[in-house]
Ligand binder design. Sequence first.
Ligand SMILES: [Zn+2]
Length: 171
Amino acid sequence: MRDITLCHPRLQELATKLTAESAKQGLKIAIGETYRTVAEQDALYAQGRTKPGNKVTNVPGSTYSSYHQWGTAFDIYRYDGQGAYNKAGNFFGRVGAIGVSIGLEWGGNWKSPVDKPHFQLPDWGSSASGIKQVYASPEEFKKTWVKIPTGYTVGWNHDENGWWYADAKIT
Ligand SMILES: [Zn+2]
């Protein structure tokens, strides 16, 4: 799915920040794939196996092994009219560096597969085996998400009650 609002609240914040910081450096991006259902993951898994095309993933949906299934990953594409995956100018490398600088894990730093359009929350390590040790399923994980009220941001906020910290981070 291409709906960032289905993702973890902190990932939503970081996607917004990545888009804005990249634009400041002349790198226009848009958000592509975000949250992925079990059925969607299974359809991808079938590609190159029981359906035509090249293999694009090594993990079937039932294993919850893609962070896209946990709402903690998104993919970007180039949005400047030069071709969605045109690498010219080290486009994805530059956006990747910005992502890392704001606290995202970037798939371009992986050895296998290298996945330059991919970003995720770094909290549980690169592989979804980390999050699976903590939560039984994406549904259980979602129950822990803290929604930051509209008008506030992750971090310190100030209102009539004084200073308070809005943290969508899992504790
Ligand atoms: Zn991805």
